[in-house]
Design a protein around this ligand. Structure first.
Ligand code: CP3
Length: 340
């Protein structure tokens, strides 16, 4: 079976010799090798739809950085597209939807996506699995329904997501209708990813932080709980709700296996709130701009705070494109050679 299954054992709360480490956005612009492969595709969307290229960049960080897992190269925005709302990616700016969701009939016209609508992702997973040759687990993922709704209504990235929030305040019933359609699509999609070889799943609620606590429970966590309920009996599931650490205790009450943490919470505080679930995170990506000595010291402190068991080492969010690959490697090496 898997030659290195540290990540799966940690997620399942089983004993490990050391904490596994992987990085959000490890398949990304921080690697010159990624940028070279990326240049072979016409644009980002075509890149994501090319299983050979997607598999190639998914495997790159294993050899280059020595991480303990691969995460399939794709994007959370493939779900809106599969439901009938296509997206583009503007260079150096971010996502852009030519059409957005405004009315009940816009929502009615969306379909519930099936795994077969995202065959290119399944093909990328199958190919990657072959290339990995059981070296490490392969992580599949999806956006949390609220984060997906936020892009479908806003039409692009935003500091405040005020249009999406306006929709929640003024059309809560429609919002719930849309969130349920996204949830049903996401469950189909994730089950397909697991069939195609994903060993573990992460949900990214990247914009949880724009919601109040009450609204996070009503419009986000409920739907993530439905997803964890359907998926965690098949493979381990991680819930990462960025900037929502007030919700750790409630997230721990879902069927998720691991709780992803951003850098705004202290590891000891998170442990107290997490009801024995595995924790993942939470170094500030900007730590990797620091001097080598600072990176090593801070990383070791974090490792000791979380402890060896029930812990998956990662950053608190994705790598920034302008980080130095050597510093990223130093972070990974520090985790792998740490003695407790
Ligand atoms: O983590 C990984 O290595 C796997 C690949 C991955 C990508 N996107 C590739 C990508 C994952 C897990 C995602 C998820 C994703 N996509 C999220 C959730 C995670 C998070 O960052 O909060 C979100 C919000 C998106 C939407 C998205 N995709 C945005 C806002 C952007 C533009 C911002 C940016 O970093 O440029 C993207 C583009 C994107 N997705 C890139 C990559 C490697 C960069 C685009 C490029 O290569 O030109």
């Amino acid at each position: 079976m898997l030659k290195n299954d540290l990540l799966l054992r940690a997620a399942l709360g089983k004993e490990v010799e050391r904490a596994p480490v992987w990085l959000m956005r490890q398949a990304g612009r921080v690697l010159p090798e990624y940028r070279a492969t990326r240049a072979k595709a016409k644009n980002f969307v075509e890149f994501v739809k090319n299983p050979e290229l997607a598999a190639e960049v998914t495997v790159q960080p294993l050899d280059i950085l020595g991480v303990d897992a691969a995460i399939i190269f794709s994007d959370i925005l493939v779900i809106p597209e599969a439901m009938g709302l296509p997206y583009g990616m503007i260079e150096a700016k971010g996502p852009l939807f030519p059409k957005t969701i405004k009315t009940a009939s816009d929502i009615d016209s969306l379909k519930i996506a099936e795994a077969s609508d995202l065959k290119y992702v399944m093909d990328a997973l199958t190919l990657t699995k072959k290339e990995l040759d059981n070296r490490v687990p392969l992580i599949g993922f999806a956006g949390a329904p609220f984060t997906i709704l936020a892009y479908m209504i806003e039409g692009s990235g935003s500091k405040t997501f005020s249009k999406a929030k306006q929709f929640l305040y003024t059309q809560p019933n429609l919002a719930h209708h849309l969130l349920q359609k996204i949830t049903d699509s996401t469950i189909n999609y994730l089950k397909g990813q697991i069939q195609a070889g994903a060993d573990m799943i992460q949900l990214f609620d990247s914009w949880a932080g724009v919601l109040s606590e009450k609204m996070f429970y009503e419009f986000s966590l409920r739907y993530m709980a439905q997803i964890t309920e359907s998926i965690s009996s098949i493979v381990p599931v991680t819930v990462f709700a960025k900037d929502a650490h007030y919700a750790i205790e409630k997230i721990a009450l879902t069927n998720c296996n691991t709780i992803g943490l951003d850098w705004t919470i202290d590891p000891n505080a998170a442990r107290k709130l997490s009801h024995g679930k595995t924790l993942q995170g939470n170094a500030d990506p900007c730590l990797l701009y620091a001097d080598d000595q600072v990176i090593v010291e801070e990383t070791k402190t974090m490792l000791n705070q979380f402890g060896k068991q029930k812990y998956i080492c990662n950053l608190g969010h994705g790598l920034y494109p302008d980080l130095d690959k050597a510093k990223v490697k130093l972070f990974v090496d520090t985790v792998k050679s740490h003695s407790y």
